[in-house]
Write a protein that binds this ligand. Structure first.
Ligand SMILES: Cc1cc2nc3c(=O)[nH]c(=O)nc-3n(C[C@H](O)[C@H](O)[C@H](O)COP(=O)(O)OP(=O)(O)OC[C@H]3O[C@@H](n4cnc5c(N)ncnc54)[C@H](O)[C@@H]3O)c2cc1C
Length: 420
């Protein structure tokens, strides 16, 4: 720095808080709230302008929030703001299908009446969740939200972490958390590599309006080209996540809305009557990508920055929220004990908690996708029998339902619906 005046200005622009969060998508704001509720001061920065983040039009994106995730959102004061706009997922029906043939006779049926806790989860449109999270962080006295602010550099030393924004501002905190999505710059700048592979599948995401009521039932059709998830939204609407081979997806993406529906109809079937498109169509390449480490000196990764996986199990955001709940719990408890919250020991607790669970979920999702995304008659017969067998074993079926509801494993207290 050769200009002392500029150096003085930048020093005056420096902001200090306990925790810095790079990325204000969904997991970033949830983490900011969880940490601020636990007494930390937090600065969260996102490259997108606020108007883009709060755009209230329905854009076709929606999430299947597992029961444990909705409990966490309740504990953070978010669920009350969005519950009226959500759709309970009463049942889940998984079946092996082939385009034009409808579902195979063997199906797996998760019925919510078998689970004492109630519905396994709720569907919620992106716009409601995003808006509620942003309103809550704007209102919290311990959270500073900087939108339209891109992180371009970061550094850590024994005392803390520092990030530099594109406009030259420098922010300092004890710990930097990367919530900046699949191509996490926070991870890259920290020298954390990633492993994974593409599926040669693209997820086509859109909302569909239909004539007949869906009855709160989510369907997962395992097509040879990839799974088609039909997830209920309030009213006679559903959200679809349709995984198809990338070359075909590129062709479908180039089609008009009417032609798109023409492609979808044979896979979707007519069990919900006539179908129409609602909102925008999204296409996103599906890949498995897991950061080689979820932590580095004075740094942690959360959500898609740590892991991205196939959406067939609808676990993308739920896994991220589990990271949020686990990291917040580790940090809040460490602080209560008087520990340095960014010490390697404390961060290792977070990594231990989340990395194995993530790898197990990635492995399970991977196995299901490989088993079902092909038309091999032998595998097809085997998996149909497998689905039928699981369906016939109430104990196993209930175990899988509890897993879908996010109730299994070492649950962070926020996911039990309690404050840390
Ligand atoms: C089109 C689309 C549709 C999807 N549909 C579904 C679905 O139907 N169901 C489902 O479960 N999941 C879906 N997903 C996945 C789901 O959105 C993710 O799992 C979830 O959003 C991850 O949240 P996140 O906060 O970790 O990351 P993101 O939502 O990716 O947020 C990352 C944030 O970091 C910010 N950022 C990045 N770099 C910087 C930087 N240098 N400086 C400052 N800020 C930065 C970005 O602006 C962004 O807001 C979809 C994803 C996409 C893209």
């Amino acid at each position: 720095m050769d200009n002392p005046v500029r150096a003085a200005i930048l020093e005056a622009m420096r902001t200090d808080s306990d925790i810095l969060i790079a990325g204000g998508g969904l997991n970033g704001p949830a983490l900011a709230l969880a940490l601020a509720s636990g007494g930390f001061s937090v600065t969260i920065v996102d490259a997108q302008p606020l108007e883009t983040l709060t755009d209230s039009d329905f854009d076709g994106r929606a999430y299947a929030l597992a029961l444990a995730s909705t409990r966490m959102l309740s504990a953070l004061g978010i669920w009350d703001r969005v519950a009226a706009d959500s759709q309970p997922i009463l049942d889940i029906i998984a079946s092996d299908g082939r385009a034009g043939e409808g579902a195979a006779p063997w199906t797996l049926h998760f019925d919510h009446r078998e689970l004492e806790e109630g519905p396994m989860g709720h569907m919620l449109e992106d716009r409601y969740l995003r808006r509620a999270l942003l309103a809550a962080i704007a209102a919290h006295p311990r959270i500073t939200h900087l939108s339209g602010a891109k992180v371009v550099a970061q550094s850590t030393d024994g005392a803390g972490a520092e990030i530099t924004l594109a406009d030259g501002r420098v922010l300092r905190g004890s710990l930097l958390v990367g919530c900046d999505g699949r191509d996490s710059g926070t991870a890259r700048r920290a020298g954390i590599g990633r492993h994974g592979w593409g599926y040669d599948q693209t997820g086509l995401v859109s909302a569909i309006a239909h004539d007949k009521p869906h009855g709160g039932i989510a369907h997962q059709f395992f097509m040879p080209s990839g799974p088609l998830g039909i997830l209920p939204l309030p009213g006679n609407r559903c959200s679809i996540v349709w995984a198809v081979e990338t070359a075909r997806a590129e062709r479908i993406t180039g089609l008009s809305d009417a032609e798109y529906l023409g492609e979808l109809r044979p896979a979707f079937g007519d069990f919900l009557g006539g179908i129409r498109l609602e909102g925008a169509r999204f296409a996103y390449p599906l890949k498995l990508t897991i950061a080689d480490s979820f932590i580095a000196p004075r740094l942690a990764l959360v959500g898609d920055a740590a892991h991205g996986m196939h959406p067939l199990a609808g676990q993308g955001l739920n896994m991220g929220l589990r990271d949020v709940a686990a990291l917040a719990e580790v940090l809040v408890l460490a602080r209560r004990r008087g520990e340095d919250v960014a010490s390697p020991l404390v961060l290792e607790r977070y990594q231990q908690w989340r990395r194995f669970d993530t790898l197990a979920m990635a492995g399970a999702t991977e196995g299901i996708n490989r088993l079902f995304s092909n038309d091999n008659p032998l595998l097809r017969a085997g998996r149909d029998i497998g689905l039928g067998l699981v369906n016939a074993l109430p104990g196993l079926r209930r175990g899988l339902m509890r897993q879908a509801a996010g109730l299994t494993g070492d649950l962070p207290v926020l996911m039990q619906g309690r404050a840390i």
